[in-house]
Design a protein around this ligand. Structure first.
Ligand code: SF4
Length: 430
């Protein structure tokens, strides 16, 4: 996982340096556009809604995750047979509202069609990265999952595995009556929905079924069409080191009578789920986030811990701010401690979000709210550190401590102690 994150981080630097004459100028210009969006969100949302409706897109508003789930479930029930197949493109917003369990419980055959999300689904796992959901898995683990699911003869060759998934999913696209997707950008000026991807599965999910349901966070607005090229390049470069993603879908509305394919209906569900609260609070700049994942790839803590250790759908530096900002420091304030405050997240962020300053503020808030639960371990360390004998004894016992369960044991194994004993080396040096 560390290797994959490092590779993407290097590719980001290389590509953005080639795409923009001045990367920092581009980042700060993008930040100013997103800040304008946050400062004018209400009128921009009204403009976006009006233009969507004029384009034939039905707009729904959901103030909570539960409301969003209810709306989508109702739309699925109204527009398909019981037990029908629903194909889904990759969407962190649908992960955020835990949509799949609701649809499965209602009897639908929900199929994730992004390759990474598909593996997550068949393994009963959760994504560990907002862009690369199975960054924590090896090729061999994926091969074993495919063998278990009888998707084809055992193979560890990535191309073969992709073809096996493709064959399996192709039938699902043909059967599906509903397609569900996320949204990367909504353009207020035109009422267009923009979705970017690399696999083509979103294209099939949004055009093959008769009904397309898109779930979009209310902060995903861009004011003008002319803003899009900057954001498309910043997003692709920051997320995967590409100049542009392989596919960019500009969805204007349902199928016109003269078109041979495309959905008859498009429903856009606008999700608040705590965003208004964030907008009105001290962490509002985190809503500039375009979910590129660059801060995860550059974060030394994320690289070691993996996304699952954060215990929230949004992991890494962005999650460490977004989760407590949306759900409260009482519930999620601990996440702000999962940082060295090295500043690399802010440095790579394409919309220049001051994440380290926010993490410091969150730490203070969490402490003031008494929500930190690490008091006892730190008190133990402090007592040991004040007594030389006890400290030495503790160091001797340290290897045993790594065998004990830790708060992260469920998702990560404790690191093995490696290398020599520093004190012994220090004493014995020439
Ligand atoms: S906070 Fe910035 S770097 Fe992190 S995912 Fe969001 S846009 Fe990307």
């Amino acid at each position: 996982m560390r290797l994959a994150s490092t590779r993407v981080a290097d590719a980001r630097k290389y590509t953005l340096g080639r795409v923009f004459d001045d990367v920092d100028k581009a980042r700060h210009y993008a930040a100013s556009i997103k800040q304008y969006v946050l400062d004018n969100l209400a009128p921009l949302l009204t403009q976006f809604e009006d233009n969507c409706r004029a384009n034939g897109i039905t707009v729904h508003w959901a103030s909570t995750a539960e409301e969003a789930r209810k709306i989508i479930l109702q739309l699925c029930r109204e527009n398909s047979d019981p037990g029908a197949t629903i194909v889904k493109g990759k969407s962190m917003a649908t992960e955020e509202i835990h949509l799949n369990p609701t649809l499965v419980e209602a009897g639908f055959d929900v199929v994730e069609t992004d390759l990474g999300e598909f593996v997550v689904q068949i393994d009963g796992d959760t994504p560990s990265h907002i862009v690369a959901p199975i960054i924590h898995k090896s090729r061999i683990q994926v091969a074993q999952s495919f063998q278990r699911e009888k998707l084809g003869p055992y193979s560890e060759v990535p191309e073969t595995l992709a073809m096996q998934a493709r064959e399996h999913l192709r039938t699902k696209f043909q059967q599906a009556s509903i397609g569900i997707s996320g949204v990367n950008f909504g353009i207020a000026e035109s009422g267009r929905i923009v979705i970017v991807e690399n696999e083509g599965n979103n294209r099939l999910s949004t055009t093959t079924p008769k009904v397309h349901i898109a779930l979009m966070g209310i902060e995903k607005i861009l004011p003008r069409e002319s803003d899009l090229p900057l954001f498309l390049r910043l997003l692709a470069g920051s997320a995967t080191g590409q100049k542009l993603t392989v596919y960019t879908h500009l969805i204007h509305g349902p199928r016109c009578p003269e078109e041979i394919d495309g959905p008859d209906q498009i429903h856009l569900v606008m999700l608040d789920n705590g965003r208004t609260r964030v907008l009105n609070g001290p962490y509002r700049e985190i809503l500039r986030c375009i979910r590129c994942g660059a801060c995860l790839n550059s974060c030394p803590v994320y690289r070691h811990s993996s996304g699952h250790a954060y215990g929230h759908v949004y992991s890494g530096p962005v999650g460490a701010v977004l989760a407590p900002a949306m759900e409260g420091v009482e519930a999620m304030g601990e996440l702000a401690k999962a940082s060295t405050l090295c500043g690399s997240c802010e440095e790579v962020c394409p919309v220049a979000i001051p994440i380290p300053a926010m993490l410091l503020r969150l730490r203070n808030e969490a402490t003031a709210a008494g929500s930190t639960n690490s008091g006892i371990p730190w008190q133990v360390v402090a007592s040991l550190a004040k007594n030389d004998r006890l400290w030495r004894a503790a160091l001797i016992l340290l290897p045993l401590a790594t065998k004990l369960p830790s708060p992260w044991s469920k998702v990560r194994s404790n690191p093995e102690r490696v290398g020599r004993d520093f004190r012994r080396w220090f004493r014995g040096r020439p």
